[in-house]
Write a protein that binds this ligand. Structure first.
Ligand code: SF4
Length: 397
């Protein structure tokens, strides 16, 4: 038996991949520790320059205390990202199920044990799709994850049934480009998959992790609005609110198309990603982004200062000064804080069902953070009594 720990950097797909490795090692009889351990797995990220730096730092830290370190995930597929890794570091160059199988085989099994009692049961991330066949000019993900491919609907629905039976209270469907999910053989689109997943016995709450606006079509909108267990929250990456920047980025929509597609979902809690300081972005273009985010009433904006990624179409372009990126990022974060606050204020005096996922905090159905006491992993009926910087202040109703 070996002691092991896993950590991940980056998005929910990275989290799901790290979970798959963790479950494999638990099932093989190894002993999980919160930090350190003889075997340390770092599921890395390369979406920005900063993400690669953080992945390198995590790898170096792990290499100082572990017998063996396995680097998995996106940055492990990026050529040269870990050129100076130590002798006890294995750069697997794999993602997802392949990485889990590789690490488990290399570490070796002790015996089959029931790992289920060691799982976190609040929220399960179920991957339905991997890879991306879009070609956004700035994005390195298609290079490290490959073209889009989907799991079968049967495999996804089977995993959701299993997660619900294990006691997970919320299921989050994840993928690199979720809307590309298709099971042509069985006749499933994303809308059908969501409808059926949301109706499975034991599924109390279902969320989509992130979806491109091109995939928000009538069928999906009807499913989101018409399936009671589906969370009224959608994360739709905007990246920019300016048509010139969107064109230069190779995004497949204009600002007005983005707005039109989301119009039927106006009551939902909408969150997004924005890149600031892309080479084509001037002050006017940035202001268009601010005004679109505000018009749409989006709340949480994940702000990414642009950094050129190797192998992409804009790898050699980085014309906006770092101070301008910092200044735009700060203005956008301030707007995001204000929009969150506006939405949270509407919750004061109302009640909502909150899934407590850490002491003193949880998320309502629409993914608004509520600060309420309750048992971790339990749904609590909460009444909003005020607003703090981290969410809606609440008491049990
Ligand atoms: S849709 Fe664009 S930004 Fe998203 S993973 Fe694909 S190429 Fe990257």
């Amino acid at each position: 038996m070996a002691t092991f720990s896993t950590r991940f950097l980056g998005c929910k797909v990275s989290f799901a991949d790290a979970q798959a490795i963790r479950e494999r090692l638990l099932a093989d009889g190894h002993d999980e520790v919160a930090e350190g351990g003889e075997i340390q797995v770092v599921n890395t990220c390369c979406v920005t320059h900063e993400a690669v730096s953080k992945s390198r730092q995590a790898a170096s830290r792990a290499a100082r205390s572990a017998r063996s370190v396995y680097l998995t995930g996106c940055a492990s597929n990026l050529e040269g990202a870990f050129g100076d890794a130590g002798p006890n570091v294995v750069v697997t160059g794999r993602t997802g199920a392949e990485a889990a199988a590789f690490v488990a085989a290399d570490v070796g099994a002790i015996g089959c044990v029931n790992a289920e009692h060691r799982l976190d049961r609040v929220r399960a991330f179920v991957k339905i799709q991997d890879g991306c066949s879009f070609s956004c000019a700035f994005c390195v993900i298609p290079l490290v994850r490959g073209a889009t491919r989907s799991r079968t609907a049967e495999a996804v629905l089977g995993e959701i049934r299993r997660r619900a039976a294990q006691g997970h209270r919320e299921i989050v469907l994840t993928g690199v480009n979720l809307g590309c999910f298709r099971d042509r053989t069985a006749g499933y689109t994303l809308a059908r998959l969501v409808r059926e997943a949301g109706s499975l016995p034991g599924v109390e709450r279902l969320r989509l992790s992130s979806i491109e606006v091109n995939h928000v079509d009538d069928a999906l909108v009807n499913t989101l609005l018409g399936t009671p267990t589906v969370s009224p929250h959608l994360h739709v990456p905007l990246q920019s609110g300016d048509d010139g920047v969107l064109r230069a980025m190779g995004r497949r929509y204009s600002a007005s198309q983005f707005e039109r597609r989301l119009a039927p979902l106006a009551g939902l809690n909408l969150t997004t990603d924005v890149i600031v300081g892309f080479p084509a972005e001037d002050e006017i273009a940035f202001e268009r982004t601010l005004s679109l985010v505000e018009r749409l009433g989006m709340t949480k904006v994940h702000v990414f200062p642009y950094s050129p990624r190797p192998g992409t179409r804009t790898a050699a372009e980085d014309t906006i000064a770092p101070e301008a990126k910092r200044e735009r990022g700060a203005r956008l974060r301030a707007l995001s804080d204000e929009l969150c606050r506006r939405r949270w204020l509407t919750r004061v005096g109302t009640t909502d069902r909150v899934l407590v996922d850490r002491p003193g905090r949880g998320y309502a159905d629409d993914y608004t953070p509520w600060l309420v006491e309750g048992e971790v992993g339990a749904f609590v009926d909460a009444r909003g009594v005020g607003v703090a910087s981290e969410g809606v202040l609440a008491v049990a109703a």
